[in-house]
Write a protein that binds this ligand. Structure first.
Ligand code: SF4
Length: 195
């Protein structure tokens, strides 16, 4: 189905498909390069994100910026979105029915961006995008493939703020993401040369 960014924004800003619309200040659609090959997906907006209408702007967002900078990415080179676009009260996990109600918006974002790599930040995103029984401690850092897209999960930055011991494996995942991106770019350039 054809959809434009304007249509997607219109749908999201007027969305009342789940009860989270009643308590939101802003609908947080996403931020970054809409033509990027890399899409990062978190769980949902927190307090600061809800206030500012932008994903990952609080402490977890600042850490995400550092994680991106460590592999030579920034908010202008990737796109960042969330599983749900409105803040769950008290930063609780989004409920399955809220995720189900919101997932179409993310599907449209996917169709518009057409990323080659998706990075799931945390269990909620991985279970929604990779598989419902995804176990973040056991399966983070493993590449999955769906619809020609390479998908990996790593810890959510807020989990790293709570538990520093997760930083080492997250760093390994970030390096794997950079390697996959470079490999895809190299293949792309070689294919163009051979055409
Ligand atoms: S969370 Fe998603 S489905 Fe629920 S009201 Fe917000 S935009 Fe709509």
């Amino acid at each position: 189905m054809e959809v434009s960014w304007e249509e997607l924004e219109g749908r999201c800003f007027s969305c009342n498909r789940c009860p989270l619309h009643k308590t939101r200040t802003n609908v947080v659609i996403g931020v970054g390069n809409r033509e990027s090959d890399v899409l990062f997906v978190g769980e949902g907006p927190g307090y600061h994100e809800d206030m500012q209408g932008e994903p990952f702007v609080g402490a977890a967002g600042q850490l995400l910026d550092k994680m991106l900078a460590a592999i030579n990415f920034d908010r202008k080179s990737i796109y960042i979105g969330n599983i749900v676009k409105c803040r769950p009260p008290n930063n609780r996990d989004p409920l399955p029915e809220e995720q189900k109600a919101c997932i179409d918006h993310l599907r449209y974002q996917f169709l518009l961006i057409r990323p080659k790599i998706i990075v799931c930040l945390g269990r909620i995103a991985a279970q929604a995008i990779i598989k419902p029984d995804f176990r973040i401690t056991k399966e983070r850092g493993i590449w999955f493939e769906k619809k020609n897209c390479h998908i990996i999960a790593t810890y959510h930055p807020s989990a790293l703020l709570r538990d520093e011991t997760k930083k080492r494996s997250t760093w390994e995942d970030m390096q794997a993401i950079r390697r996959k991106y470079d490999e895809l770019k190299k293949n792309e350039m070689e294919n163009e040369k051979n055409e």
